[in-house]
Design a protein around this ligand. Structure first.
Ligand SMILES: Nc1nc2c(c(=O)[nH]1)N[C@H]1C(S)=C(S)[C@@H](COP(=O)(O)O)O[C@H]1N2
Ligand SMILES: [Mo]
Length: 306
């Protein structure tokens, strides 16, 4: 049963145009400056009923064991090197089959939007997992605001590619920029968010500051970080891991314990932070979000569309 799903209001239904406030003004008005930090440190947000009740990983786990290949291929590289990435100012180019294309600043993207905390299970294709208290808003809110045109069937995303700030980009085995994609209905699903923070703070750089995608029923690599471009397109877009190893990583990449990776089983996972002797746990179909998303794939053969 679907419980706690918010109704599908568009951006303009929620906030009349004339009332959009700059997020910094909202925070100042709410006395957030009293927190003592810069205006954006200390995000205001609501708790989402879409959260899991599992215990979140620690901030230390979430920010010290990362995949962000632009900064290197080791799990500790992002924490070590991502600090050099300039994230202010930031702008996201929105283009393709949209009514209102353009370069949107971070304030433009979050203006008038209610940020929510959503505690999601997050599972990497390498079979480790975490539970993360993301702060963000539905990607659908943004897509409705910019106006998706009828011919659009997929959404393509690109990450910042700035080699002078990203030492991992010296590695030519990936064709930069890192890119990802979703089918339009997946992108519009209420579980798919654009996250701008975690643990109530702006997004740490190693986790994809200032704005990244989070799709909780798919393997972690679909949740692309530090995005600078969102394109609405007619055809299935190329995606980084599929370009690297098409036989191992498909476009859909739904968490699926019954479809093994050609080189390892996908049936179980290791929760980070559980300690050296923690038992592996069974991986759940769609990472436990099956009630909400299984319908998106009705009639598809998930051994072929992996
Ligand atoms: N731009 C970019 N996004 C990326 C990656 C990357 O290397 N570059 N790695 C992906 C992979 S494989 C995973 S598991 C998650 C890790 O997210 P986290 O470090 O916040 O846990 O980010 C995904 N997004
Ligand atoms: Mo991953």
């Amino acid at each position: 049963m679907r419980k706690g799903f918010r109704s599908d209001l568009g951006w303009s239904d929620v906030t009349p145009k004339g009332l959009w406030l700059n997020r910094r003004q909202v925070l100042a008005a709410a006395g957030a400056m009293a927190l003592g930090g810069p205006a954006l440190a200390g995000l205001t947000y609501e708790k989402s009923p879409l959260s899991t009740d599992e215990a979140p990983n620690t901030l230390e786990d979430i920010t010290s064991y990362n995949n962000f290949y632009e900064f290197g291929f080791d799990k500790t590289d992002p924490a070590r090197y991502a600090g050099a990435m300039t994230t202010d100012p930031w702008s996201v180019q929105i283009d393709g089959l949209v009514d209102k294309p353009g370069a949107y600043s971070l304030d433009d993207l979050t203006m008038g939007v209610t940020l929510e905390e959503r505690i999601y299970r997050f599972r990497c294709v390498e079979a480790w997992s975490m539970v993360v208290p993301w702060i963000g808003f539905e990607l659908a809110t943004l897509l409705n605001r910019v106006g998706v045109q009828p011919g659009a069937r997929f959404v393509a995303f690109e990450t910042l590619a700035r080699p002078e700030e990203m030492p991992g980009m010296a590695n030519p085995s990936i064709e930069w920029p890192y890119r990802e994609g979703l089918r339009l209905d997946e992108a519009m699903h209420p579980l798919t968010i654009l996250a701008t923070g975690l643990y109530g703070e702006p997004m740490p750089k190693q986790n994809g500051a200032p704005i990244r995608v989070v799709v909780p029923w798919k393997y972690g690599f679909k949740s692309i970080k530090s995005i600078v471009r969102i394109s609405l397109v007619a055809d299935m877009p190329p995606t980084t891991w599929n370009m690297l190893q098409p036989g191992e990583y498909g476009f859909y990449s739904n968490v699926n314990p019954t479809v093994d990776h050609p080189r390892w089983s996908q049936a179980s996972e290791r929760r980070i932070g559980g300690g050296l002797f923690a038992k592996r746990q069974d991986t759940l179909m769609f990472n436990g979000y099956g009630d909400q998303v299984a319908g998106l794939y009705a009639g598809m053969d998930l051994t072929k569309d992996y």
